[in-house]
Design a protein around this ligand. Structure first.
Ligand SMILES: NC(=O)c1ccc[n+]([C@@H]2O[C@H](COP(=O)([O-])OP(=O)(O)OC[C@H]3O[C@@H](n4cnc5c(N)ncnc54)[C@H](O)[C@@H]3O)[C@@H](O)[C@H]2O)c1
Ligand SMILES: N[C@H](CO)Cc1c[nH]c[nH+]1
Ligand SMILES: [Zn+2]
Length: 434
């Protein structure tokens, strides 16, 4: 039996409404999710460790009796690294090397300049003291997300990295622990969901409060991060995964079908979209989807995701496809065409752009080098990939010479008196030379 995937055509009269319905974040993060998340945050804030243990046992089906059962020491992380099969260790190390090398290039440097009268102005860059990294773990384990979160923090010079990762049924994933050892994570708590986010934001008797929480997660995690923003910094809304393939109709349809599956298999809430000007090709991709789906280990998740949130959209031409892609602002955009570089200047909004038929999005998930923590649900319009800059702050530097203070004191005085702020004015005027 074939699955039914939404088919849209930009020529349809009600296309705009259909598109809005397809992209609505509210349909994923509904009132019920908000209610649960708000309650979890309030209880963790008020009761600390007790609520954390209780929620973890309930949502992750564990049997912890105290927070001691929910922390992993460095020796356990190292044991996991030492015990990895050689091929896994080599792959993890290769990925880590490439991710680190890419992020080294993002490191911002302090700068300053001196004006003619000796006044110095500049910007000093400092790392954050303590950050929390969320590594998802509900429906899949993500060693790659450990690297993607922790390595940029290290490159930035963060002093302490606290990792949280849920372990449903108490099952530990050795690769995740090994990645934490390799990436130099300081403390690991086996916590997930909104309760983990709340613990990092407010601190509990055991979990230290952090300055910023980064990392992807499901709808409970994304909603909780949004709720604690302001108490702590957050990187972005990195929710259920998304892929948009913009194809000219000449890529092997099996490749495109599998690329769509690659994000659908993350989560029932994940979103996979194909844009193509060729209706026959869209039929071929649909046929590939139906042919390949029964062979997939995670076919149930893929099927629900495709049925509920996917779309195969016929566009008038590639130009219209590009404009529509910008409107959607996907997390991952695959330009499955012969000359992706020619299209690049027209791409304005996407978390990451995968260029050409050979560049499977999956390579970016693991080992290309750029970060796989990316803005979802249209937030690529104003957010960027997780990077070293997320772990650095900027302070302005201002040091006036006596001559500079005298000259600028006159300017400040006029403006301050214009605002009727006399103390400001007199403070500046004290420094004006006679
Ligand atoms: N955008 C990105 O950069 C990126 C990267 C990797 C993964 N992802 C996404 O991260 C997500 C990972 O999701 P996951 O579920 O596997 O792991 P997760 O760790 O994000 O979520 C698991 C936690 O959700 C909570 N939870 C689940 N059901 C709940 C319920 N009914 N009530 C209250 N809490 C509940 C539990 O506390 C559980 O520990 C996927 O959506 C995947 O697509 C995104
Ligand atoms: N596609 C995810 C980001 O949306 C990242 C990931 C990790 N492992 C596999 N995929
Ligand atoms: Zn992925």
């Amino acid at each position: 039996m074939s699955i039914s995937i939404r088919r849209l055509d930009t020529a349809q009269a009600d296309f705009d409404q259909q598109l809005e319905a397809l992209l609505a974040w509210e349909s994923v993060s509904d009132g019920k999710v908000n209610e649960i998340v708000n309650e979890v945050i309030a209880r963790v804030r008020a009761e600390g460790d007790t609520a954390l243990v209780e929620y973890t046992n309930r949502f992750d089906r564990t049997s912890a009796s105290s927070m001691q059962d929910l922390e992993l020491g460095q020796a356990r992380l190292q044991q996991a690294l030492n015990g990895l099969p050689a091929d896994q260790r080599a792959a993890l190390e290769k990925a880590a090397e490439r991710v680190r090398a890419y992020h080294e290039r993002q490191k911002g440097e302090s700068w300053q300049y001196t004006e003619a009268d000796g006044t110095m102005l500049g910007q000093q860059i400092t790392p954050m003291d303590r950050v929390g990294i969320y590594v998802p773990g509900g429906k899949a384990a993500y060693p790659s997300s450990v690297l993607m979160n922790a390595l940029p923090a290290h490159v930035a010079g963060v002093k302490e990295i606290i990792m949280v990762v849920p372990t449903p049924e108490g099952v530990l994933n050795e690769l995740v622990l090994a990645a934490a050892a390799l990436a130099g994570v300081d403390r690991v708590f086996t916590l997930g969901g909104a309760q983990a986010v709340a613990a990092l934001a407010y601190g509990t008797q055991t979990v230290p409060r952090v300055d910023k929480i980064v990392g992807p997660g499901n709808i409970f995690v994304a909603t909780a991060k949004r709720a604690v923003f302001g108490t702590v910094g957050i990187d972005m809304i990195a929710g259920p995964s998304e892929i948009l393939v913009l194809c000219d109709g000449l890529t092997d349809p099996d490749w495109v079908a599998m690329d769509l599956f690659s994000q659908a298999e993350h989560d029932e809430d994940a979103q996979s979209i194909l844009l193509c000007p060729d209706a026959d090709y869209i039929d071929q991709v649909e046929a590939s989807i139906n042919k390949l789906l029964p062979t997939m280990e995670r076919r149930e998740i893929i099927e629900i995701s495709l049925q509920n949130r996917a779309a195969l959209i016929k566009v008038a031409d590639m130009e219209q496809g590009t404009a529509l892609s910008n409107r959607i602002a996907p997390e991952h955009l695959e330009l499955s065409v012969a000359d992706p570089e020619a299209m690049l200047p027209q791409i304005h909004h996407a978390g990451a752009i995968f260029m050409g038929r050979y560049t499977a999005e999956a390579l970016g998930d693991y080992c290309a080098g750029p970060n796989h923590v990316l803005p979802t649900s249209g937030t690529a319009r104003f957010s960027s990939p997780l990077g070293v800059y997320d772990f650095q702050k900027r302070s302005s530097l201002i040091m006036f010479s006596a001559d500079g203070a005298s000259e600028m004191g006159k300017v400040a005085s006029v403006l301050a008196r214009g605002e009727s702020l006399t103390a400001h004015a007199r403070s500046a005027e004290y420094r004006i030379k006679d």
